[in-house]
Design a protein around this ligand. Sequence first.
Ligand code: ATP
Ligand code: MG
Length: 410
Amino acid sequence: MEPEIYPKEQHGIEINQIDSKALYILEKLRAAKHTAYLVGGSVRDLLLHKKPKDFDISTSARPEEIKSLFSNCILIGKRFRLAHIRFGRKVIEVSTFRAGDTENEALITEDNIWGSPEKDAMRRDFTINGLFYDSANETIIDYVGGYHDIKKKYLRSIGQPYLRFKQDPVRMIRCLKFQARFGLEVDREAELAMIDCKKEIKKSAQARVLEELLRMLESGSASPFFKLMTDHGILQQLLPTIASFLETPEGDEIYSFLTEADLTVHEPHEPRLERPVLIGCLVFPIVEKGLKTHFLDREKIPHMGEIFQEINVIIDSIFNVFFRLPRKIRVSTVDLLVSQYRMTPFEKIKKRKIRIPNIPDFYLSLQFLQLRARLEPAFLEIAENWSKLYEEKQDREPETHPITRYKKRS
Ligand code: ATP
Ligand code: MG
């Protein structure tokens, strides 16, 4: 099949919008007589006038050939073998053109059969993600009709959505992710396929699902994304406790946290919220409610040990159906949730002396308290007091992790 070719005058992408390291890799691959294009998310983002997060490259060179060309290259992945080319902290992913099986509904467990650029475009998930950019002549190469779909803001599967979602159910999450992030209209067939295939999501690798969810928490579109995940019944498969909570009026509390986290992303000078803080946004209202119910008819105020224990029980009940949180992130999340009850105890304890506890990640607890204070101004003063105290500790112990200071929102 002949692709559509769009010249620069039509697509309008300037070469200087593309990462210089990516251009260097493309050139070097071409000089070694390989075909090499920019592909996927970066081409899509540039056409949507968004700043790309990363610049992925697809090439006719095999992994070993890529490795032999670049000294700063390592090969990774088993299910999906690809090259990472490293420049300091920046990594550019280079993958060999693949030929996926787009006709078969069996779950894909390996994706390492090499193919042509056309085959490579066809095995990608959505038309908007199937475009190549050829930096040699600044053209866009389109085998899948993605260029027009981007212009129409239309999200369409490449191939039959029912088959493509069965092959790899993570594509359903990705479908809702692009809808939430770019406000695209989703193809009707894909909508119907999601209804039929939602239970399949549990067949996916837990790590991939968790990574997509975490990336969406960081994306600036977490609130619409979790709404779509719930409305489509997909979150119910993965995190039923959160999904049920989101379906009740109390769910608005979670959405408020997510919206606040989203706003932070859109303010370019604000520090990024870290992953445990973002998970905190997703679960804090559930934890609050759980603790209140648990300690309700107690006369004594629960002590921190009891709170710690109960929060662990709640977190385990939330993350147990499909996946558990990786240990490190779980520990940090629990710590920051427990700390909230140290800083804003259930009942005001008069004249209690405040002291920064010896928790390695205490700055995350403060980051979360500041976020709460944005939603509930009554906490502003408390957040300020703790932040000051923390900064004093930092003056004494310079190795302490710095805290983030968020500006007051006007
Ligand atoms: P993001 O901006 O979140 O990185 P992305 O589309 O770039 O979005 P990546 O996970 O970086 O997502 O994937 C890069 C490209 O690989 C995609 O644009 C798409 O072409 C292809 N791809 C990713 N996941 C799948 C999948 N599950 N099935 C088919 N193709 C996929
Ligand atoms: Mg990407």
